[in-house]
Design a protein around this ligand. Structure first.
Ligand SMILES: Nc1ncnc2c1ncn2[C@@H]1O[C@H](COP(=O)(O)OP(=O)(O)O)[C@@H](O)[C@H]1O
Ligand SMILES: O=C(O)[C@@H](O)C(=O)COP(=O)(O)O
Length: 436
């Protein structure tokens, strides 16, 4: 296994590319909680964006490549990788979802293999687990809480239904290379045992290795090994332990005290495009505590501009004291009916565009400055349309979800980008209450 030398550098120690924006923020938060100063960039960065990276220990670039074709995903990921390398960054992290969101075509496998090839990396690990958020892996099988992935609600995901919990099998379908397993029993024995097992797998030609992870100490041991690899792939959980592993190697010393609060005045709004069980419950809970607009998806497909106007007229008459909530969150049966009638892509694209237009109106015309977005694709579409390019990470709302503040865009906004499945029932209220 190729490992990197332990040299202290002025560039960020770690460069991350994430396949969606909520995932990027989740990873950024975990790195911040490990003591790092982290900046998040959205989209393929403009050259000028790199000036903002100076002084940070890690940079996380958020793409929207989870649900595009594998070739587009690979192309955009390599473009970001080239920029990270040009910036002098030697350690790369490819962040995907803790529920391994992907299809038989990709995009986790194809992107990982392309990054490995460009980095001449002869082996890497796949570690989606995030025990603090209930995601664990045992014998290669992914659990969400006490349920196997394919029984967790993820089998109904609108874009990438996950119907197999066996990640070795899932990844094998996406890759050219063979896939091995790093079992919990080996990880229990610490970093040296992990390295030895990885070497054995490599001798057998297994370059892609799914890592079991049942609890945080497993992540700590994995981080001790991952800190020397040119490429690591995973969810955000591993990110919490990488800073300490870099510190042990003298690459970096803790500086941050994790996600400072910031003051942003203005109205509050929630936009929920996730249909995950968690978001559905959060929407139900918040309905009685907000002014709620339930999106008529068929009407949006028929005449989006008309629906934007109707929604805006309604929002104009809501008291500024009350948070607005705009949601298309629906049951799997409802989603399936719509998708069968109109096509999966069409519905998703129309709703994402609709939410993005609505968000611009809320900010520009109704002085909304605190915006909670639920759903990775939804957040990506909205943030892009709002012109958000740089985020600073603020305080945690729940594991994996911080408040963030936009940098360099006018007006400054507080954004909470919530992964569909994260957070308890009262998430929306808890998020807004952090502003007092
Ligand atoms: N009622 C609905 N019917 C069909 N698709 C929907 C509906 N509401 C939202 N969607 C789409 O489902 C996708 C949800 O993905 P995303 O926002 O990433 O949420 P999650 O974080 O749960 O994965 C989005 O593309 C969204 O536009
Ligand atoms: O790893 C995770 O679970 C999250 O960081 C994530 O990627 C969220 O994706 P969405 O559920 O699509 O928001």
């Amino acid at each position: 296994m190729a490992v990197l030398p332990h040299t202290r550098r002025r560039s960020p120690v770690l460069g991350c590319l994430a396949d969606d924006v909520t995932g990027a923020t989740d990873l950024a938060l975990n790195l911040v909680q490990g003591g790092m100063r982290v900046v998040q960039l959205l989209g393929i960065p403009e050259p000028s964006a790199w000036a903002r990276v100076e002084g940070f220990d890690a940079v996380v670039v958020a793409l929207k490549t989870r649900s595009v074709t594998a070739s587009v995903s690979v192309q955009q990921s390599l473009a970001v990788l080239d920029q990270l390398l040009t910036a002098g960054i030697e350690r790369i992290y490819f962040k995907y979802c803790s529920t391994f969101d992907s299809t038989d075509e990709g995009n986790i496998g194809p992107v990982a293999e392309a990054l490995m090839e460009r980095l001449a990396c002869d082996q890497t690990i796949f570690c989606p687990a995030f025990p603090d958020a209930g995601r664990t892996v045992y014998q290669g099988h992914l659990f969400v809480g006490d349920k196997l992935l394919h029984e967790s609600g993820m089998q109904h995901h609108p874009l990438n239904p996950m119907t197999d919990a066996n990640l070795v099998r899932v990844l094998r379908k996406q890759t050219h290379g063979e896939v091995g397993l790093l079992p919990a029993g080996v990880i229990d024995n610490g970093a040296a045992a992990i390295t030895e097992h990885l070497d054995q797998l490599q001798k057998r030609g297994l370059k892609l290795v799914i890592a079991d992870t049942c609890r945080p100490p497993h992540l700590e041991s994995l981080a001790a090994v991952a800190a020397d690899l040119p490429l690591v792939t995973g969810g955000s959980g591993l990110g919490r332990f990488l800073p300490a592993a870099y510190q042990t190697r003298g690459l970096w010393g803790p500086v941050g005290d994790g996600g400072q609060a910031f003051a942003i005045d203005g109205r509050s709004a929630i936009i929920a495009g996730s249909c995950s069980p968690a978001t559905q419950a959060q929407v139900r809970w918040m309905k009685r505590r907000s002014a709620c607009w339930e999106v008529d998806v068929e009407a949006v497909l028929a005449d989006p501009e008309m629906q934007v106007r109707k929604l805006f007229d309604w929002a104009t008459n809501v008291s500024a004291e009350l948070p607005l909530m705009i949601t298309s969150s629906a049951s799997p049966e409802h989603v399936e009916r719509l998708q069968q009638r109109f096509g999966r892509e069409n519905v998703a694209t129309a709703l994402e565009r609709f939410f993005a237009l609505v968000a611009v109106l809320l900010v520009e015309r109704l002085s909304v400055r605190r915006l909670v977005l639920a759903g990775g694709e939804t957040s990506g579409a909205v943030a892009d349309r709002l012109g958000v390019r740089v985020l600073e990470i603020g305080p945690e709302i729940c594991p994996g979800v911080p408040w963030t503040q936009t940098l360099g865009s006018d007006p400054p906004l507080a954004l909470a980008l919530k992964s569909g499945n994260f957070g308890g029932e009262d998430f929306f209220q808890a998020a807004l209450e952090q502003f007092g």
